[in-house]
Ligand binder design. Sequence first.
Ligand code: GLU
Length: 299
Amino acid sequence: MASITHPVTSDYRGRIAPSPTGYLHVGHARTFWTAYERARAAGGAMVFRMEDLDAQRSRDEFAEAAMEDLRWLGIRWQEGPDVGGRCGPYYQSRRRMIYIDVWRRLLRGGFIYPCKCSRRDLAAATSAPHEDLGSNAEMLDDEPVYPGTCRPAEYVATTGVEILEGINWRFRVPDGELISFWDQYLGRVNYVAGRDFGDFLVWRRDGVPSYQLACVADDAAMRITEVVRGADLLKSTARQILLNRALGFEDPKWYHCPLVVDHNGQRLAKRHDSLSLRTLRQQGLTPMNILAAEMPRAV
Ligand code: GLU
């Protein structure tokens, strides 16, 4: 398929950042389309970043399918895994040195501490912690507030100990501080650190950076000026604002898209195979059907 991109006439830089852990669904299509439309309207560049840090769940097959499905939908990008660009590599699995550097800066600044808490806390850490806003189980998938078991009494700036395996690292949030930001779609959004979210993981004991760390490192390194993503990541935005502040990175603008829910009011997940772009394409739906307001019925 021809891959003609729109001309870039401004400094706006947007991104789409799928995790190749399954086939993309209608919700992804709508969010990524919004990101693309906003970049195009601003005369800005679109960056495609493959968020394949989770080696257990990421598969090449899904990465290829994500690019293919989004191209089929009509989305084009100036930079990405398949086309390269000045801010590459565009696979997170190949950007480890960048993440280690950011982790080291957090360590030296006294913003993070080692944590020995068990595996159970880790489940949500490499993948983006999507909140389940579609049911009454609010925060179902979000990283739980850390009880503070390993949190040292004071900030400690460490230079000597650099352990990246076998121990978790957490960011100490400023308890009680209001984290307030302007969302281009939702308006003012407020969270309280330590109440709405707690000390979150920046590095996992299996040697992998968390989604939060990798995301801010990449958005800064790729000079992203506006982040467009689903409303289930609003609390991640609050966490990322704290990381940006600690690292001296400028915040991008934020735009959180409303979530697509199925007929039971549940947020779509990659397990909803019947609503995957693959399946819908096979059933003969067009990009227009998929982007239209009416939700296709799950079969
Ligand atoms: N890789 C993340 C996801 O699939 C995207 C997170 C983001 O846009 O920051 O949910």
